[in-house]
Design a binder for this molecule. Structure first.
Ligand SMILES: *[C@@H]1O[C@H](CO)[C@@H](O)[C@H](O)[C@H]1NC(C)=O
Length: 136
């Protein structure tokens, strides 16, 4: 190996190192931009999942039972003596359960569908002391 070949090899090595450093830096910047955008976006669209008014009560009742059972929605608030028990009807209780389910599982692919018994709304269904949660 001549002196020249040796020098070329060393230069190549340090070029690769600085290219790696630039790429790492770019990744850091991109990561920072992505996470800060996620945390600071005040304009995320608030949406709730409620019972579709067209859906018959017996269909809603089935979906409600599923949501509060195997579905894993948190239906504590629609139990007697809790804030969302009234109005005590299938549509309101199904809306609460559908929304609880969707807010809890939408990030993992849970959908606001329930065999077309549900629909998405951007009007907050909360009333009195009954709070319908919403998560980004
Ligand atoms: C269900 O909701 C109630 C009322 O918001 C809350 O106190 C409770 O911790 C929740 N349970 C679970 C398992 O998330």
């Amino acid at each position: 190996m001549t002196m020249n070949q040796k020098r070329q090899g060393q230069e190549l090595g340090s070029n690769e190192q600085s290219a790696t450093r630039v790429i790492l830096l770019l990744c850091l910047i991109l990561h920072f931009l992505a996470t800060s955008a996620q945390q600071e976006d005040p304009n995320w669209e608030k949406q709730w999942c409620i019972a579709d008014q067209q859906t018959p009560d017996d269909v809603l009742q089935q979906a409600l039972s599923w949501a509060c059972g195997p579905g894993g929605a948190n239906c504590t608030m629609i139990q007697p003596n809790k804030y969302c028990y009234f109005p005590n009807n299938v549509k309101d209780h199904a809306s609460y359960a559908f929304n609880s389910y969707w807010q809890k599982f939408k990030k993992q692919g849970g959908s606001c569908y329930f065999n077309a018994a549900a629909m998405v709304t951007d009007l907050d269904p909360s009333h009195d002391s009954c709070h319908f949660e919403v998560v980004p």
